[in-house]
Design a protein. Sequence first.
Length: 360
Amino acid sequence: MKNSFWLIVTISQKERGEIQLTNLKAMKAMQMTRSFIAILTALLCGCASTVKNYGPDEHFSDSEALSGAGSTADQCARTSDAVWVTGATFQECIRYFPSKDLRTGPVRSAIVFMAGDVLSAKGISPTYQAGTPRKRIERADQEQRRGGTPYLILGRPGTDGSSGNQNLRRTQYETLVVNAALDKIKEKYGIEEYGLIGQSGGGGLVAALIAERKDVLCAVSSSGVTAVKYRITAAGRSSDYTGKSTADIWDPIEQLGRVHPKADFRMFVTSDKDDSDVSFSSQEHYVQAAQQIGLPITQLIVRATGPVHHQTYSIGNRVVEDCMLGLSTNYISSTYSGMANDNPNMDDLARKARAQRMPR
């Protein structure tokens, strides 16, 4: 036993240099492999950098939103509240910001919010960089406290710490990536049904996603880009505001024939007639096309906030919650039609709705 021990020690001392060299080569090979994967991922999404794993109070990067950012499965696994999704044309790490109930265990239902476009013809939104993960989570908690349903904010590709490219918004790529993320989140938390709400570009994404899913009970498009090609033509343009040609656009209105929703599905579109960003006529065009094929979609005329009369998501949040609570379309229409998006009584409206919740 003693001789064996000293033999082992002798061998270790003799070959230590070779072992260290072998380990060094292996480590370098592993680093090169990881670098190659990161570069390949960036090339696949057309991204310029690796997405940052943002801490609670770190502000989101303008450059990531402008140029896109890649990720790897390993990096995503080390990122808080994120899911790794892959498909034939993508591999992305999508980050989300959950309310309290989602942070503490499985849930049956959840509302998912998708924000509007970070990029526009004028550049990047001046308010985007003020956002942090903590602020997103605080807002999700606020919505859950108001309405009662677990709530999460989903980072669209290329924004809010999600890898991907915002320059590919309104293409099939974005719909497929977000749809895959909803599948992963559903599996992680045991979710049986979703409520989806999106503002502007996020509202268009909601309208695209209902053609992909059969687990959406309620959907709200707030001032959404739901008839993209109609909007392009009406504005006298030859391409979308993203710079994409009409051939590259994944237009929600063209997917209506593929919508086969679950029982009791309802959708609402909140619109301001004076919206000069996403025209009322384009939103109305989508609603009329949906109604013509018998889909239960209702348009609510409201008063938006903002200089171009475009922000209607505060009302949209109450509408999707009331829908998830089982309140009637007549109740929702009579309560919110004509309402201002900055109505100071949102908490009272939420309490009233919860008191009338329909058993399911």
